[in-house]
Design a protein. Structure first.
Length: 195
């Protein structure tokens, strides 16, 4: 049976490519007028093209705005906020980390620091915000795609992120070979506090 050709009006990458860059740019600019998340995403993409310093500044600006905000977020706006958080996290992990691992590390930690303030002001009876941050935790510990500098800071970072001990930034101790680095967490936390 012959395959039916795709309709020229179907939304896919091949059909949109036919419109050309100038027309797509006009459409995106027009669509972003009423959509703050799309506008922020486009700004992030433009900053990524300008370089890692500009991208890090753009991400940090948004994270600082979210951290400083005190307005309560209703259940109607919760999904939009979670999509915004996810877009910024993906930009940190996918675009900033390969170009500048240290800036990505700092931005990712600042992104995780948003959790406590957001949980106090976001109406989230289903726990979607919690799930978004829990899912993001894998970006820090995933073995297939870690940030390049994470191996050096693994245990002290894990303790500091979890609030067990220490503060960031810190001077990591020399790497010690350990297969089970999570055992003896209380002893590790005590040793880390002394530094």
């Amino acid at each position: 049976m012959a395959r039916r050709p795709t309709a020229p009006t179907r939304l896919n990458a091949a059909n949109l490519t036919r419109l050309g860059a100038p027309r797509l740019a006009e459409l995106l600019a027009e669509a972003s007028v009423g959509d703050a998340n799309l506008k922020r995403r486009l700004r992030l993409e433009l900053a990524a093209e300008a370089g890692p310093d500009r991208l890090a500044a753009e991400i940090d600006k948004r994270i600082a705005a979210l951290a400083a905000a005190r307005v309560r977020v209703s259940w109607r706006k919760r999904g939009e906020l979670i999509r915004d958080l996810e877009a910024h996290r993906r930009m940190i992990v996918d675009r900033l980390a390969p170009a500048d691992a240290r800036a990505a590390f700092a931005s990712l930690l600042a992104w995780f620091d948003l959790f406590r303030g957001l949980t106090a002001r976001v109406q989230d009876p289903r726990g979607e915000l919690v799930f978004a941050f829990e899912d993001a935790g894998w970006d820090v510990t995933e073995k297939r795609r870690p940030l390049r500098m994470l191996g050096h800071y693994a245990l002290p970072l894990w303790l500091a992120i979890r609030g067990v001990a220490g503060e960031l930034p810190f001077q990591a101790p020399p790497a010690e070979a350990s297969d089970n680095w999570a055992t003896g967490m209380a002893a590790d936390a005590k040793a880390f506090r002394k530094r």
